[in-house]
Design a protein around this ligand. Structure first.
Ligand code: HEC
Ligand code: HEC
Length: 202
């Protein structure tokens, strides 16, 4: 009896140690992600800096935000006629590798924010707590996506869709945040945020 207990404890301990080791031995592989990313460039632009205002950039996005989005497309929580079938073929390791690669790339943007909206943006981002969740410079944090320097049309579409509750939302937080925005706020915030690259929000 004593022996059995001891064996059980030992094997449980070994299991814990093994899990710990495998978690730490597996590190997302940027090179493997880069090799897989070639097919993504056609739409998301070279190195994940999109050239199409309607398609999001992936560069400089927190890795966890990218892998979470891919996982949610694959599992059907977030639906899109283009991304859903593409994500269906990706393994968890592929997603982590792709996320590691794109998050390490530098974000560039060519969007020029109007003077008026560049002046109005910071106050709105503060008023609606955008900076509280997306970070002081809107660079994202863990699973919360970076929005600074994101593509202009994509931002407008996403904010309108969160407000209309047609864009999937992992925990309801973003839909609640967008519920308070009016159309003028959406236009100002999207123009302001799209022009932020690594530039601080002031
Ligand atoms: C044929 C065009 C196309 C290709 C190829 C493509 N994507 Fe996409 N991707 C899109 C579009 C369009 C969206 C926006 C979809 C939406 O509104 O949900 C998107 C969205 C995403 C998002 C969510 C971004 C965000 O900010 O929420 C991720 C992550 C993503 N794609 C990763 C990839 C990866 C990784 C690849 C390559 C394996 C890839 N995509 C290939 C068109 C494409
Ligand atoms: C309480 C936290 C919270 C607040 C406040 C918040 N967001 Fe978000 N936001 C999120 C989360 C979490 C997501 C990811 C949602 C998902 O994909 O399930 C998100 C997603 C987004 C997206 C989509 C990004 C992409 O790549 O697809 C945009 C755009 C966005 N937020 C802009 C804003 C703006 C602008 C504000 C202020 C008006 C704001 N957020 C306020 C948590 C927040």
């Amino acid at each position: 009896m004593v022996l059995t207990m001891k064996n059980r404890t030992t094997s449980t301990l070994l299991g814990v140690v093994f899990l710990f080791l495998t978690n730490h031995v597996y590190a997302a592989n940027i090179e493997a992600g880069k090799a897989k990313a070639a097919t993504c460039f056609a739409c998301h632009g070279p190195n994940g800096n999109s050239l199409n205002p309607e398609i999001p950039s992936l560069s400089g996005q927190p890795a966890q935000a990218i892998s979470t989005a891919l996982f949610r497309y694959r599992e059907g929580n977030r639906k899109n006629p283009i991304m859903t079938p593409l994500a269906a073929d990706l393994s968890n390791a592929d997603m982590n590798n792709l996320a590691a690669y794109f998050s390490a790339e530098k974000r560039t943007t060519t969007h020029m924010t109007s003077e008026k909206n560049f002046a109005l943006g910071p106050e709105l981002a503060n008023k609606y707590n955008c900076t509280q969740c997306h970070g002081p410079n809107l660079l994202g944090l863990q699973h919360i996506p970076r929005v600074a320097g994101q593509q202009h049309e994509y931002l407008i579409t996403q904010l309108r869709s969160f407000k209309a509750q047609t864009r999937s939302d992992m925990d309801g937080n973003m839909s609640s945040a967008a519920a308070n925005l009016n159309e003028a706020d959406i236009v100002i915030l999207s123009d302001y945020i799209a022009g932020l690259a690594d530039r601080p929000t002031q």
